[in-house]
Design a protein around this ligand. Structure first.
Ligand SMILES: Cc1ncc(COP(=O)(O)O)c(C=O)c1O
Length: 387
């Protein structure tokens, strides 16, 4: 038996260093703390990262998805193709706009959408495909973009997990028509809460910028700056989805550390793979067969040998945190009630077994070793002998 650690090892802990604190403090002392020059700088940094010509910061990826769907005119009668193995926010936004989510199965190993299953789900009502780069592994974008182009469909990459994900030199956000990034504290970089939309369409950008802030055309910092015009008129009502400069200051400082963060994540993920090699009763996360850069956002194992709930209780006894990414969306109560059932065998199998292990840059190698030893003990006690 290993000695149970006295302190709790969380699923995630944001990595906030002195440079982050300095950047936010400077912003707070600058006299301008809401949307302004730092948001613009953060947006420029995302254009450089993704190669997109347009980038707009928002209060969350969910807000970004809402604005993107609105700007694309998604509404009643439209169908949107998405994996069910995604965060509920995507399906919520589709449903709130009166459109219908149409679910495609994922590959059990990688949890990425099965590109080969998409075409069968396309109908004359289909407008959009929203693949997720699950856990930081790029979806099969070559195949997805070919299908989208054959059927004249728009693609929004859900790149919430994919800050640092790339394939053949193209960063996530550089494949689809649009992409949404998240800066929630669990993500590869954080702004507390926040998101970014990247794309290449100046007209969509104009629409989304107006919708982002009440329907008002000019940003507040331009209206209130020297010689600014404080009057405004509104053509269409909008939302309040802007990011603040305090958040953007943190985001910029975090982006400066992205390469180091992701290198550390990769090293921890590889340590998990070594530490759990040959352990029977769990499946390690699969990676796509094509060459890619993995952002290692999640390390999600699937527990085969015992009930996942029981396994979580055991991890808690060892003082280890965990996450559940994700309960399948098509099985959520309102989704079943409103849209009926869907046959998604690999999604359901994964959703019953999946569990995310602690993974964040400030974790120590010894933390990973402890989790691996604990898992070996838990599974051995459950009668699992190893492969
Ligand atoms: C795959 C995926 N999409 C979208 C979101 C929504 O991001 P946010 O919390 O920034 O709204 C998340 C967040 O957890 C996510 O994991």
């Amino acid at each position: 038996m290993i000695k149970i650690r006295p302190d709790f090892l969380p699923l995630n802990r944001p990595s906030i260093g002195e440079s982050d604190i300095r950047a936010v403090t400077e912003c707070m002392k600058s006299g301008w703390i809401t949307t302004g020059p730092r948001c613009l700088e953060f947006e420029e940094r995302f254009k450089a990262l993704t190669g997109a010509t347009q980038a707009m910061s928002v209060s969350s990826a969910t807000a970004g998805m809402h604005l993107a769907l609105l700007a694309l005119g998604i509404g009643p009668g439209d169908e949107v193709i998405t994996p069910s193995m995604t965060f509920a926010s995507t399906v919520n936004m589709i449903a709130l706009l009166g459109a219908r989510p149409v679910f495609v199965d994922v590959d059990y190993d990688t949890l990425n959408i099965k590109a080969e299953d998409i075409e069968a789900k396309i109908t004359p009502k289909t407008k959009l495909i929203i693949p997720v780069h699950f856990g930081g592994a790029p979806a099969d974008m070559d195949r997805i973009m070919k299908i989208a182009s054959d059927h004249r469909l728009t693609v929004i990459e859900d790149a919430a997990h994919a800050i640092g994900t790339s394939k053949q030199g193209v960063h996530a956000g550089g494949f689809g028509n649009m992409a949404i990034f998240s800066f929630h504290p669990i993500k590869n970089i954080t702004t507390g809460e926040g998101g970014m939309i990247t794309h290449n369409d100046p007209l969509l950008e104009k629409k989304m910028r107006v919708l982002r802030f009440h329907g008002i055309e000019r940003d507040a910092w331009k209206r209130y700056g020297k010689g600014g015009v404080p009057e405004y008129d509104i053509d269409e009502p909008g939302y309040k989805y802007n990011l603040t400069d305090m958040q953007a200051a943190l985001g910029i400082a975090q982006l400066d550390r992205l390469a180091a963060f992701n290198e550390r994540r990769a090293s921890l993920a590889s340590r998990y793979r070594q530490g759990l090699a040959g352990v029977g009763g769990i499946d390690l996360p699969g990676v796509p067969a094509y060459p890619h850069e993995h952002a290692n956002h999640l390390f999600a194992v699937k527990v085969r040998a015992m009930d996942r709930g029981r396994f979580m209780e055991k991890l808690a006894e060892y003082n280890i945190g965990y996450g559940y990414h994700y309960p399948a969306c098509h099985l959520l109560r309102y989704v079943k009630r409103r849209y009926g059932t869907a046959a998604l065998p690999e999604t359901e199998r994964a959703s019953e077994r999946i569990l995310s292990l602690p993974l964040y840059p400030d974790m120590q190698d010894g933390d990973v070793d402890y989790v691996c030893r604990a898992i070996r003990e838990i599974l051995a006690a459950a009668g699992e002998k190893g492969q």
